[in-house]
Design a protein around this ligand. Structure first.
Ligand code: 5AD
Ligand code: SF4
Length: 473
């Protein structure tokens, strides 16, 4: 069973809140205002969820929050390592921060955490060339943030904690949620799959499942606070329970979550095709609260590339499972992740990705050009296609998928959908935005008092990425 951080250790870390509050009170006495913090999240939903905990810890320690870097006394970048362009963007943001610190606010505290900095070569680069950074810690040290922050306030050097462990589970970290009506709930952490392109298993450690009691208690608490939609998170949710002493899998878990009063919608991500099977399909079909939505990354359409990626399924197996899910779950929306330009991908392999797209007809895809990650097996492989060809292929794929996405969205026109309202549209104040049970974004005119409520919307127009409609009478 996964190693849980014990109560004594959690209590020891909690002791640092008091010390930070004292430091922050001294700051407030001197400046006539509280210290202001800003947390910027890069990367996936797991990071969003971690950032909510970072804000929770900071609030507990007595910080206020702000939205402009220039106003912040403490800036936390929660980083991502999955592709090079994510890292480049973060280093660009660090450059801006360093400039602000040098020119405007020498007392600013800069914290980098998350997956990018868990990599030894990145930590080394920061140590050598980014001395303005005060604190660096990886995903394993998240629960210790109050202690690390306190230490960094009392140290002239950069404090770095990127000890490489398999990882443990820390429960009861304070949390400040972004939305009142929907929430992320992690069911497991880490990944054991070691797909040859992926850095995640190296930075987030081994698979470890939370006990069902902890997960259900969190969800009940959320429901009591008015949350009605939850998304269960894990790098590979289909492995849930494999490391637990009791006999439980992800299908069992979602059946239990389905019984929690107050919760109306359950989503989950991400499923690995190799472990995705009938037990989960049955549970999805039978649990009325589980949304008809499946994110099932296939990554590549050719068996050769799938083998080189160490994905441990074939194209035919993938399609068979997907088709079973489509047959069994009414109105199922499907999405996927795809990598274009894996080193061993030849042109004929790429063509198979296109034929798979045509065959499966996904509602939406998340697609990426392969990015070399230091320390992964694929980083040692020679690239077959030129970068130029990879980009051409990528564009071709998007063109094809845009057509499919639009066609699938057009099938919604004339239907009435139940939509959970997220709030005002960012681009048009008179419009609300929300999602259908299938995860489609719907924009429609309405009053912002409807935020967090379910409304019936008649779909009147479809675009490639979203739907438009009007509230049904
Ligand atoms: N290059 C490009 N895309 C990657 N992904 C993971 N690692 C890489 C990489 N090295 C993609 C996969 C995964 C998604 C979260 O990111 O498609 O499913
Ligand atoms: Fe990376 Fe593969 Fe694990 Fe997903 S399943 S996090 S792609 S190693």
């Amino acid at each position: 069973m996964a190693n849980y951080i014990n109560n004594e250790e959690m209590a020891r870390v909690s002791g640092f809140y008091e010390l930070l509050r004292e430091e922050n009170a001294a700051f407030e006495a001197e400046h006539g205002r509280r210290r202001r913090a800003l947390v910027e999240t890069h990367g996936c939903q797991q990071n969003e969820n971690d950032s909510e905990r970072i804000r929770g810890m900071l609030k507990e320690a007595g910080y206020d929050f702000c939205t402009e870097l220039e106003q912040a006394d403490l800036v936390v970048f929660n980083t991502c390592a999955v592709r090079e362009n994510a890292e480049d963007k973060i280093f660009g943001r660090i450059g801006i921060l360093k400039h602000i610190k040098e020119k405007e606010n020498p007392d600013m505290t800069i914290v980098l955490c998350g997956c990018m900095v868990q990599q030894e070569h990145i930590a080394e680069k920061i140590r050598k060339t980014h001395r303005q950074i005060d604190l660096v810690f990886g995903p394993h040290a998240l629960y210790r943030m109050p202690e690390l922050l306190y230490r960094s306030y009392n140290s002239r050097k950069t404090v770095i904690d990127i000890e490489n462990t398999d990882g443990a589970i820390a429960e009861d970290i304070p949390v400040m949620r972004d939305a009142a009506h929907k929430a992320w709930v992690s069911v497991m952490y880490g990944c054991n799959n070691f797909c040859t392109y992926c850095i995640v298993p190296y930075v987030r450690g081994r698979e470890r499942s939370r006990k069902k009691e902890c997960i259900l208690a969190e969800i009940k608490e959320l429901a009591a606070d008015g949350v009605t939609e939850i998304t269960l998170l894990g790098q590979n949710v289909n492995s849930y329970g494999k490391d637990l002493d009791e006999d439980i899998d992800f299908a069992d878990l979602i059946r239990m979550v389905n019984k929690v009063d107050g919760i109306e919608r359950i989503r989950f991500m991400t499923s690995h095709p190799k472990d995705f099977g009938e037990r989960l399909i049955d549970a999805m079909a039978e649990c009325e609260k589980v949304c008809p939505q499946l994110h099932l990354p296939f990554q590549a359409g050719s068996d050769k590339v799938l083998a080189d990626m160490n994905r441990r399924y074939t194209r035919a197996e993938y399609l068979e499972k997907l088709n079973k899910a489509k047959e069994r779950i009414e109105n199922l929306a499907i999405t996927t992740d795809i990598i274009v330009g894996f080193p061993t991908e030849r042109q004929e392999d790429f063509e198979e990705t296109l034929t798979l797209l045509k065959e499966a007809e996904f509602d939406m895809i998340f697609s990426f050009i392969y990015s070399k990650r230091v320390g992964t097996p694929a980083a040692e492989m020679e690239s077959v296609l030129s970068e130029e060809q990879k980009h051409k292929n990528f564009e071709r794929m998007l063109e094809l998928q845009n057509e499919i996405s639009r066609k699938k969205n057009e099938a919604y026109v004339g239907k009435v959908c139940r939509v959970l309202v997220d709030g005002e549209s960012k681009t048009d104040k008179d419009m609300l935005t929300g999602r259908t049970d299938t995860g489609k974004i719907v924009n429609f005119p309405g009053d912002s008092s409807l935020e967090g409520k379910y409304v019936e919307v008649e779909i009147t127009k479809a675009q490639t990425w979203s739907l438009y409609g009007k509230m049904a009478d």
